[in-house]
Design a protein around this ligand. Structure first.
Ligand code: NAI
Ligand SMILES: C[C@H](O)[C@@H]1OC(=O)[C@H](O)[C@@H]1O
Length: 256
């Protein structure tokens, strides 16, 4: 197993990419702290996930709270220390992408997107990294950025800068945390079918357009991210830090 006995925190762990990553890490021998937003819906999703983690013989605990609140990051780390004796891996997946036009973007929506996606990532990474440094046994941090760190979206002017920021955060943290053997990498998903884009992809025209742009011929599913994330978390990637790994079925390179 690639993550035997490791303690893994996953933010946004109740659904989509975070959920797939949490389960994949458990299948590789890790115990999981599941960060979720703390709503009734996310608590119900977490209960099912905890059962699945239990079925593969690993333990999990859940922590509800707003990723935009630095206190949530501290609680995630404290819980990992109490329950599993430390933090070996952080997977930061919590995020929002409420499509909206630019010229009439509500200030509150812009601020919320930055607060959750970028500031939330900073808080979680800083809290986990301090714990990893104290432990003195290295660690791995994987941030879920996006293909949108590299390209634009007319209805995503509040969102794409946060994903570029998350990618940049991993690059700078790779330098800042390298001396403690804490590796920092980003995965850049393309279009993955999750709750995040359910509304956007409900239009058959948009869905067909997006699918048609992907050389591998299909939209992604959350499990497509599981392998790359486990790889970056594991010792197989022990000399990989500051990397940005596109997981997009070839979408980014498909000009014509
Ligand atoms: N689905 C896609 O096509 C792509 C998704 N991504 C990124 O992947 C990450 C995961 O998204 P998905 O799995 O697609 O969607 P998702 O909606 O299933 O997952 C996002 C998770 O973040 C949680 N979350 C949202 N706001 C939060 C807050 N304030 N505090 C705590 N948790 C909060 C949600 O409850 C949810 O569990 C996001 O960061 C997203 O930007 C990146 C590229 C493409
Ligand atoms: C929500 C979008 O469909 C999704 O999110 C991203 O980061 C990319 O822009 C994807 O297309």
């Amino acid at each position: 197993m690639l993550l035997s006995g490791q303690s893994v925190i996953v933010t946004g762990g109740s659904s989509g990419i975070g959920r797939a990553a949490a389960l994949a890490c458990a299948r590789q021998g890790a115990d999981i702290v599941i960060g979720h937003i703390g709503s009734d819906d996310s608590a119900a999703e977490v209960a099912t996930l905890m059962d699945e983690i239990d079925e593969v013989g690993r333990q999990s605990v859940a922590v509800g709270g707003d990723a935009a609140d630095p206190e949530t990051a501290r609680r995630l780390v404290d819980t990992a220390v109490d329950a599993f004796g430390g933090v070996d891996v952080l997977i930061n997946s919590a995020g929002i992408c409420p499509f909206h036009s630019f010229l009439d973007m509500p200030l509150e929506l812009y601020r919320q997107t930055v607060d959750v996606n970028l500031n939330g990532a900073f808080y979680a990474v800083q809290a986990a990294a301090n714990q990893m440094k104290t432990q003195g046994r290295g660690g791995a941090i994987i941030a879920v950025s996006s293909i949108s760190a590299l390209v634009g979206g007319g209805m995503q002017t509040h969102y794409t800068p946060t994903k570029a920021g998350v990618n940049s955060l991993m690059q700078s943290c790779a330098i800042a945390l390298g001396p403690w053997n804490i590796r920092c990498n980003a995965v850049l998903p393309g279009t993955i079918e999750t709750a995040l884009n359910r509304e956007d992809l409900a239009s058959p025209e948009k869905r067909d357009y997006m699918t048609g742009r992907i050389p591998l011929g299909r939209l992604g599913e959350p499990d497509d991210l599981a392998g790359p994330i486990v790889f970056l978390a594991s010792g197989m990637a022990r000399y990989v830090t500051g990397a940005s790994l596109l997981v997009d079925g070839g979408l980014y390179v498909n000009l014509q």
